[in-house]
Ligand binder design. Structure first.
Ligand code: AMP
Length: 189
């Protein structure tokens, strides 16, 4: 058992390939089995809904952080362990960051990209040392990963930025990476 909290950033839209929704569901179940608390944006649609519902269904713990004004675009999940309603997107991102030890990025859209780039840029300026893991299912994140490599190759980012994140092609390798980190964290206590 671990007291690790893991923040997932992922898409909120339902109209995506079932493969992605299935992986999010599997991932949610694996988190519950591992005793890892899921922290996420609190919505009930898309991969966000899939991962959180699966963690709850498997007996896990889920904390949602939902902006009050988002109701016209997204619907808050009503069946979570706890949900914090916050005043703005910025407050949401800050609270998700504060509550979490690890960040995982599943496939997602503009919101997901905004969220993960903020975490990586906060790391760049030394605000934290928390790890990030991308689930690069079907190479979904390759264009973003290539862009980050290009920024490093052309001198716009430090080569050491590449250590901020790990890329995992499968759920199995993602879980291995997460466990490596939780074991390290538990042994440092
Ligand atoms: P998306 O990847 O676009 O489906 O969005 C995933 C999540 O990110 C959703 O819960 C969005 O509400 C959230 N999101 C969208 N834009 C932003 C933003 N500018 N800052 C923080 N979160 C956002």
């Amino acid at each position: 058992m671990t007291d690790t909290s893991l923040c997932v950033f992922c898409g909120a839209r339902d109209l995506v390939s079932a493969e992605y929704l299935d992986s999010a569901t599997r991932f949610g179940g694996l988190l519950a089995k591992a005793g890892i608390t899921l922290v996420y944006g609190g919505g009930n649609s898309g991969l966000m809904g899939a991962v959180s519902s699966a963690t709850m269904a498997a007996g896990g713990e889920v904390t949602g952080v939902f902006p009050e004004h988002l109701g016209v675009h997204e619907v808050a999940h009503k069946g979570l362990t706890r949900i914090h309603f916050v005043a703005s997107m910025h407050e949401r991102k800050k609270m998700m960051f504060d509550l979490s030890d690890i960040f995982v990025v599943l496939p997602g859209g503009f919101g997901t990209m905004d969220e993960i780039m903020e975490i990586l840029t906060w790391r760049q300026i030394g605000l934290h040392t928390k790890p990030t893991f991308f689930l690069n299912q079907n190479g979904y994140w390759n264009p973003l990963l290539d862009m980050m490599d290009k920024a490093i190759a052309e001198g716009f980012a430090r080569p050491s930025n590449r250590d901020f994140y790990e890329v995992c092609d499968t759920l199995e390798s993602l879980m291995e990476a997460v466990f490596r980190h939780t074991e390290k964290k538990d042994s440092e206590k």
